[in-house]
Write a protein that binds this ligand. Structure first.
Ligand code: NIG
Ligand code: FE
Length: 410
């Protein structure tokens, strides 16, 4: 047993939990000033004001947490971190004025990463991915969702999903695998999207599900990628096989993706830069979490999602880096919090809830993450700061230590 004391601010997020992460205000961070936390066998046995520490704990060893703010560990709910190669060339083309879609049709884009990923060995993929996980851990993250999607053949999609499985054996972070075979149309199916969709439904989804290699299924619903009809067919098959749904939707164009995500009872609907007013209303009335990726807007030079409208309508909004080589090679959720505040008009409290409790909700993981509570395992980011406001203020430079009890992945 250990008593951590002199915690400058302890953010339990009880209020945010009570409101299911909607319409949150600063009071919902449920801040305890000058706090103490008692940890016993990896779980929180007591928390409260230091002056109120019960006498039964007064002889336990003390750890001074002076000069720190405790927040729930960050949750990264959308990444594409198993791949090979980089896309610096795409970036330089974009700086020369080309759009994401123009670069994709000129030999860059997702398919260029697919080529490198197919050629890479499992070991190469594993080593690169480990570096990314390390970078996330250093920036306060305890749980990371990872998508396949740079293989696009059954063999190479399995290679990616198996890499995630191996990563889980070595990483202290909890990893949530997502199967994303409909990320782009691979060269061998060019002009034959219908055949590709049939193949995924007939063979790939049953195989991935049978082998227990994924929790979620995702589709890139976008002009030039997969349309709403194909997306529905794919997701219905995935649901039949016990996978839960996430969508990349309404990123570059409004495809009524939010409406479809809600109709499919998706766990989350991600991107939403071009979501329609009807899509916003549908999300607000649903349990589908709206996951926003301001880093992708920053890096592609495109519009930010209408975060204010989503939050004000009552949607549950989460933040992600969307870490991937094409549209956001950043591992910093704290930087996303800064962007959310300065570019999408979130309050600091809303940004904090979005990167913790609501990001956990986007993975169906609020039991284990997103709040600091008695009885829960310790999953805390101990930030070097006097107030929580400094996290987004520090512009991606926030420093801290992760306090985490070992995970028991499902
Ligand atoms: O979330 N939009 C589709 N997928 C990624 C980009 C992947 C890539 O460009 O390699 C995203 O932005
Ligand atoms: Fe993405």
């Amino acid at each position: 047993m250990q008593v951590y004391e002199h915690i400058k601010q302890l953010l339990t997020l009880q209020g945010a939990k009570h409101k299911q992460g909607r319409h949150t205000e600063e009071a919902d961070l449920s801040i305890i000033e000058d706090a103490a936390v008692v940890v016993d066998a990896g779980s929180i046995a007591w928390l409260g004001k230091r002056s109120e520490l019960p006498s039964q704990f007064s002889h336990a060893p003390r750890v001074r947490a002076t000069g720190s703010v405790w927040i729930p560990a960050l949750v990264e709910c959308h990444t594409h971190l198993v791949f090979a190669g980089d896309r610096a060339l795409d970036f330089s083309k974009r700086c020369g004025g080309m759009t994401y879609q123009q670069i994709a049709s000129s030999g860059g884009g997702i398919l260029s990463t697919v080529k490198h990923t197919r050629e890479a060995s499992s070991k190469q993929l594993l080593e690169r991915a480990k570096r990314s996980l390390h970078a996330f851990a250093e920036r306060g993250v305890a749980c990371v969702e990872i998508k396949s999607g740079y293989g696009l053949s059954l063999e190479s999609e399995l290679k990616i999903l198996e890499t995630i499985q191996r990563l889980q054996k070595e990483s202290p972070l909890e990893l949530i695998p997502t199967f994303l075979p409909a990320h782009a149309i691979p060269p061998e199916f060019k002009g034959r999207t219908h055949d590709y969709v049939s193949e995924i439904c007939k063979t790939w989804i049953p195989e991935v599900s049978r082998r227990g290699l994924a929790v979620f299924f995702d589709v890139f619903l976008e002009d030039g990628y997969f349309n709403a009809r194909e997306t529905r067919t794919l997701c219905e098959k995935a649901l039949e096989h016990g996978l839960k749904i996430k969508l990349h939707a309404d990123q570059f164009t409004d495809q009524k993706g939010a409406e479809l995500a809600v109709a499919l009872h998706a766990q989350s609907c991600d991107h939403l830069e071009n979501v329609s007013p009807e899509g916003i209303r549908a999300l607000a009335k649903s349990n589908t979490v709206a996951v926003l990726a301001p880093g992708a807007s920053l890096f592609t030079g495109t519009a930010y999602p209408p975060a204010r409208a989503l939050i004000d309508a009552g949607a549950q909004v989460a933040l992600t880096t969307d870490f991937n080589p094409g549209t956001c090679p950043s591992h910093s959720l704290p930087l996303m919090m800064t962007l959310a505040c300065t570019q999408m008009q979130l309050t600091l409290a809303e940004a904090l809830v979005a990167a913790t409790f609501n990001a956990a909700a986007a993975l169906g993981k609020t039991d284990g993450y997103g709040t600091i509570e008695v009885g829960k395992p310790v999953r805390v980011w101990q930030v070097e700061a006097q107030t929580y406001q400094e996290i987004a203020y520090a512009f991606g430079e926030t420093r801290g230590t992760s306090l985490q009890s070992p995970i028991t992945p499902n």
